[in-house]
Design a protein around this ligand. Structure first.
Ligand SMILES: [Zn+2]
Length: 247
């Protein structure tokens, strides 16, 4: 599935999730569930170098190419200037490193976020969820698409972590966590409908690829439209049904 299919499927499932809650949710909790499911419906594709989620944290292709092209001459220039004892060497080295970093901005951001999470976990001994997320972010640049991040095992770990971490927190955070869990699993289900499918981490041969939906094809377009329509109906019905709570 592509962006439109994943988001509309995730939001539809997030909206359906509102109906299985033991008590009606307040307006902001509804927004948190739906927002969380929309976000997480795209997040697993952070393991793909040019997915929508990855494009949030990197420069457009043309700029990446430009930065990459500039980095080598700048670094070679820095080396030559250093060799000749020119003080401009430091400036060139800094500019070269900056250009290289900008060309790999996705990897830089994933590594910085991951290492920050691991550092905070190690220093504050907070919930192990932070260590799982930090570890996943650090290794993400080296992972293959639809590998560990797309595995049901990782989804289970993430779901358990989010549930255990937020059960002591306020209702908004719990709503966000519910949305994230629904969106994440919906993404995996969406991918399982395609021809590449998803597979188990511990037994990669156990693969689920239903080959029913072609990426960006007509069936996906129909699913996206149907899911959007279902979401609107379910949200309006939910708001009307629980009108008093939303006031
Ligand atoms: Zn995916």
């Amino acid at each position: 599935m592509n962006k439109a299919g994943h988001v509309s499927f995730g939001v539809a499932m997030g909206t359906a999730g509102l109906y299985v809650m033991p008590a009606p949710l307040h307006a902001w909790e509804v927004v948190a569930v739906i927002g969380g499911s929309a976000l997480a419906s795209l997040l697993p594709d952070l393991d793909h170098k040019t997915s929508t989620a990855s494009n949030w944290i990197q420069l457009p292709h043309a700029y990446r190419k430009m930065a990459k092209g500039a980095s080598l001459p700048l670094l070679v220039g820095a080396l030559l200037a250093w060799w000749m004892g020119e003080p401009v060497a430091m400036v060139l080295a800094g500019a070269g490193a900056l250009a290289f970093g900008l060309s790999r901005l996705r990897s830089v951001i994933l590594l910085v976020l991951g290492m920050t999470s691991l550092f905070v976990f190690a220093q504050l001994h907070t919930h192990w969820l932070l260590a799982v997320i930090g570890g996943a972010l650090v290794v993400m640049p080296a992972l293959k698409h639809r590998g560990m991040i797309h595995s049901p095992e990782f989804a289970l770990l993430l779901s358990a972590g989010l549930h255990l971490f937020t059960r002591e927190q306020g209702p908004i955070l719990q709503a966000v966590a519910l949305g994230l869990v629904i969106g994440w699993w919906t993404h995996l289900i969406g991918d399982a409908f395609g021809k590449e499918g998803i597979s188990l981490l511990i037994w990669p041969k156990a693969k689920l690829a239903l080959r029913m939906v072609e990426n960006g094809g007509r069936v996906e377009w129909l699913i996206a439209k149907a899911c959007s329509a279902v979401s609107v109906v379910l949200i309006v019905h939910y708001l009307v049904q629980n009108g008093t709570i939303l006031q």
